[in-house]
Write a protein that binds this ligand. Structure first.
Ligand SMILES: Nc1nc2c(ncn2[C@H]2C[C@H](O)[C@@H](COP(=O)(O)OP(=O)(O)OP(=O)(O)O)O2)c(=O)[nH]1
Length: 202
């Protein structure tokens, strides 16, 4: 049985890029799942549920495919945050986050429609934020980068200047834990190298 087609049920350019640079061929089909339908106050359970719902929403369009859904949030100071609504919220978020430690959770759902199996896992990475100045916060938010990110920063972008260190998986912060994806594919009986684009192998 040939490997199933991998479908990324996400609009996230960061997730798409992570798969692309790892040479993993995927069809991209964002879900239109309304995340506000889900109200769970545990970060790990929230991201697992949302990741699964996103993958399930797209699955009917791709018979026999392998659907990958993801969701990321930042848990900090007792609250769970997704993407900031606007620049004002992003500024307030950074004024709260600076100098603190937060946990970036990403949920991963893999639905294997050939085998009729679903795996859902979450991964957490601890993030230590720098004690940035108001001027740095305003300049960073004005760049618009943080507005596209749960956690209000892009680790591999300008936001990396304002993260002192992380403890745990780097790609998990960006939105898709690549080692966890390898493990989950393995649990389903696949080798991640089998998903390398043919052009990568030559
Ligand atoms: N480039 C980058 N993006 C990040 C980072 N941290 C979080 N993000 C992005 C990845 C996701 O696009 C977004 C998390 O929001 P969601 O999990 O709801 O995904 P999003 O709404 O973007 O797309 P989706 O719901 O999957 O269609 O934040 C980072 O360090 N770097």
């Amino acid at each position: 049985m040939p490997n199933p087609k991998l479908v990324l049920a996400s609009a996230s350019p960061a997730r798409r890029r992570l798969l692309q640079i790892a040479g993993i061929e995927a069809v991209v089909c964002p879900s239109d799942f309304d995340e506000s339908q889900v109200n769970i106050d545990n970060a790990a359970e929230l991201v697992k549920t949302l990741a699964q719902r996103k993958a399930e929403t797209v699955a009917p369009q791709f018979a026999d495919a392998l659907l990958l859904g993801c969701d990321s949030v930042l848990a900090i100071a007792g609250e769970i945050h997704g993407k900031p609504a606007d620049a004002e919220e992003a500024i307030a978020r950074w004024q709260m986050m600076r100098g603190k430690v937060g946990d970036l959770y990403t949920g991963h759902a893999l639905i294997d429609q050939q085998q009729g199996k679903t795996l859902v896992r979450s991964q957490v990475t601890r993030v230590y934020f720098a004690n940035v100045s108001d001027r740095q916060i305003e300049a960073y938010v004005a760049s618009s980068e943080p507005l596209k990110c749960a956690g209000c920063f892009a680790l591999e972008g300008k936001g990396g200047l304002f993260v002192e260190k992380i403890e745990g998986c780097h790609s998990n912060v960006i939105g898709l834990s690549m080692p966890l994806l390898r493990q989950m594919l393995g649990e389903l009986g696949y080798d991640v190298t089998d998903f390398w684009q043919i052009s990568e192998i030559k």
